[in-house]
Design a protein around this ligand. Structure first.
Ligand SMILES: [Zn+2]
Length: 76
């Protein structure tokens, strides 16, 4: 796996001045490995077919690094 995420996070922390600034992650089960995710927003559909006004978020993991294009899983 590449080190783009560490570099981007370091850059983010420098830019924002916040040492805990980070990209969005979720934990892969059962290894608890950090997986970078894209956050998407959607609205829940109600029983009558209309949508809720409030938006919900869902996290989607991706298999390739968006910065350099390398596969994120190990051993490939
Ligand atoms: Zn990368």
């Amino acid at each position: 796996m590449c080190d783009c995420f560490e570099k981007v996070e370091a850059n983010l922390q420098e830019k924002t001045g916040d040492p805990s600034a980070s990209l969005n992650y979720m934990y892969e089960m059962p290894s608890f490995k950090k997986k970078p995710v894209i956050e998407a927003t959607y609205r829940n559909k109600k029983k009558d077919g209309t949508f809720n006004k409030t938006e919900s978020t869902i996290s989607i993991a991706y298999p390739f690094c968006p910065f350099c294009g390398k596969k994120l899983s190990e051993g490939e």
